[in-house]
Ligand binder design. Structure first.
Ligand SMILES: C[S@@+](CC[C@H](N)C(=O)[O-])C[C@H]1O[C@@H](n2cnc3c(N)ncnc32)[C@H](O)[C@@H]1O
Length: 309
């Protein structure tokens, strides 16, 4: 159950998203999430994985989204299967698939993942690139590097360099990327309660502190993006300051430099449909505000192309 410390959030969600949507947010945040698996195309085909997992007594259901299978019945934890240990699949919330799949990658591209651990999205980027090109996966928390390394090695990923670094210091490195993924650190208010380690949400002042970090990371990423390149920005937060408003302000700082590209997944609402204190940049209509649902966390995602001048 959402604790009383969520009350100020519930109040503001009602103002921003409306009463009905807020009721659905509360219901879904409380819900135990279903798990989805995605075949690792570097090692196995969907059909092969499907049949070998089902032989072990698991019941999987094909979904129309991203080649993902819903685990309908599990006789035991799927991470104990030889298929998992061999890196034949990864386990996902469907939301985490949207940012990497929004980037149109070419085989020799250089991609920077600015906030990478535990590497869920990095691994999907590597699969999309079919182990070609180069991914630089940056993580500033030493404690989170082993999980990132373990995922990358289990899945047989060979095109990824892990950098233990604060992405704010990327300005010291002479690197320009074709694409950037910034799955920014955030309050996590969109995460299902079972996944959210905090018993109460962050205070509003902490969220505002987050927005300053997100703003700096966005600027650093933008400086390391080649003209014509794309940057995908995402947060698992329901707070517009970490999503829509962050991008609205970014567009104001970079007039005529940014084309917002549409997110092609049919889910959520356009970022400019929220009820905010002032009108939002019309380009926000191409961003996505996603609400918690089965397989989905509360999420915001925007795809930005650097205009060639
Ligand atoms: C939302 S999580 C990323 C999840 C990851 N993209 C995935 O899909 O598995 C944010 C990560 O960014 C890291 N982080 C926060 N600030 C950072 C910074 N300035 N530079 C690099 N990593 C940072 C955090 O330690 C955390 O691991």
């Amino acid at each position: 159950m959402l604790s009383d410390s969520f009350l100020p959030y519930i109040q503001r969600w009602r103002e921003i998203y409306g009463f009905e949507k807020t009721e659905s947010i509360i219901q879904n945040l409380n819900m135990k999430d279903k798990r989805f698996i995605i075949p690792n195309i570097l090692k196995i085909s969907s059909n092969q994985l499907f049949s070998s997992i089902e032989k072990r007594g698991f019941i999987l259901r094909e979904t129309k989204m991203f080649n993902a299978f819903l685990i309908e019945k599990a006789p035991y934890n799927i991470v104990s299967t030889p298929e998992y240990l061999s890196g034949f699949f990864s386990i996902h919330a469907l939301t985490s698939i949207i940012p990497p799949f929004s980037l149109e990658l070419q085989k020799d591209d250089l991609v920077i993942d600015m906030a990478a651990a535990p590497g869920i999205k990095t691994s999907l980027l590597a699969q999309k690139l079919r182990n070609r090109g180069i991914i630089i996966a940056i993580e500033k928390s030493k404690a989170r590097i082993p999980a990132l390394r373990a995922n990358i090695s289990r899945l047989g990923i060979k095109n990824t360099i892990i950098l233990f670094l604060d992405s704010m210091n990327l300005s010291f490195k002479d690197i320009m990327a074709d694409h950037i993924l910034l799955d920014a650190p955030c309050s996590g208010t969109g995460l299902k309660l079972e996944k959210n380690k905090r018993s109460s949400p962050r205070k509003m002042k902490d969220i505002l502190r987050n927005t300053i970090i997100q703003k700096s990371l966005l600027e650093v990423g933008w400086n390391h993006l080649k003209p014509g390149g794309t940057l995908v920005y995402s947060t698992c937060s329901l707070e517009p300051e970490e999503g829509e408003i962050q991008i609205h302000n970014f567009l104001n700082r970079h007039i005529n430099e940014v084309e917002v590209l549409p997110i092609s997944f049919e889910i959520g609402i356009a970022g400019n449909q929220i009820n905010w204190k002032f009108p939002l940049d019309s380009q926000l209509s191409k961003t996505k505000r996603i609400f918690p649902d089965i397989g989905f966390d509360g999420f915001f995602v925007a795809l930005l192309r650097k205009v060639v001048s």
